[in-house]
Design a protein around this ligand. Sequence first.
Ligand code: BJ8
Length: 419
Amino acid sequence: MGDYREMWKGLNVDLEKHDILCSALPEQFGEIYLKQENRPEGMNYFNYVVAEVHGARIMELENARKEGRKVIGTFCVFVPDEIILAANAISVGLCGGSQFWIEDGEKVLPKNLCPLIKAFTGAKVSRTCPYFQSCDLLIGETTCDGKKKAWEILNDYTPVHVMELPQMKRTQNYELWVEEIKLLIERIEELTGNKVTVEALKEAVIINNRKRRALKRLYDLRKNTPSPISGLDSLLISQIAFYDDPKRFIEKVNELCDELEERVKTMKPSGKKRIMVTGTPMALPNWKLHSIVEGLDAEIVVEETCTGTRYFENEVAEDGETMDEILKNLADRYMGVNCACFTPNEGRIEDVLRYAKEYNVDGVINYNLSFCHTYGVEYNKVEKALKDSNIPVIMIETDYSEGDTGQIKTRVEAFLEMI
Ligand code: BJ8
């Protein structure tokens, strides 16, 4: 990592604390990622992105800000990146996947709350995440209760614009979402001083669709037996998708896919159990479940999560010619995301069953972050649907701490033996 201390200082990062955070990551990454055997060459770019996670990309954001561009932080796949891009601003998905931030999060939030919320709040409160420190605006959403209320606290530290996400999918809910997108446009136009034009929005739709297509191509390659890429590596790519430069990211994912296409021609069956993970997202650097599972005789071949299929499935229709048409196309695509905060949410059950078949999985791990009630309650339906289709499933509920790693390993081991 280059010397970025001056830059971090300028961003009001707590340098001392940040040093502690930065010292842990290379070792963790080395242990989990670099020790994997036979990784594709194309992963070198993504290794570099992680090595420079608080360096080169932050420097790019800094340079863009010096040129007058704005940086906008998001937390949910419902926030339409197209609007941010069309206003010539930069969107960064803010990670909340580290145990490091929990302690500071718990200073302002209850302990019995989802670790993702505690971690991102802790990252801001402790001033140890240069992405947070680079943001000119955060965009929250009314998804789960914990996030909804956390915005009020984050707003004490930095401006937050909250989008009201409907929780049902009736006609009036689609209409409300279009109105919310319009309000977002107003807020972002005001912040950036740029007009979101039809032309810019059309272009942004195309770029974001290309990104979705690249990820879909990667995931489709994982349908091969064996998968030409580990679940760990695929997860890392999904996590990086949230904050990397979109055009470069598309190029690098496609390069990697070219390589993987060659690989599948010569790969021999490994006999490893094929696993689908479904449930709550895994924000960077949460690699806990994947490293446990892939440390055993199994490969994760698909994630039905927001750091997986929910991020890239379904494109925005590109036939919109007027602002109203494009906004309708955006609303249709985003309202097609099947998050457990919706009721009913039958679409997610259909997705889980479809992926189980498409990716030819031997079993499913339902991953639930502690205290996530929407996904926790929805497990009842997921389990029933999978059992009715004779697909084995287990529920793993956990947080970011390492305390239960041994116990999870034992449970997954027993599950793999059984399936
Ligand atoms: S679209 S999954 S990114 S809300 S924060 S709901 S884990 S208790 S992240 Fe999400 Fe958008 Fe839905 Fe996806 Fe549960 Fe935690 Fe809430 Fe969470």
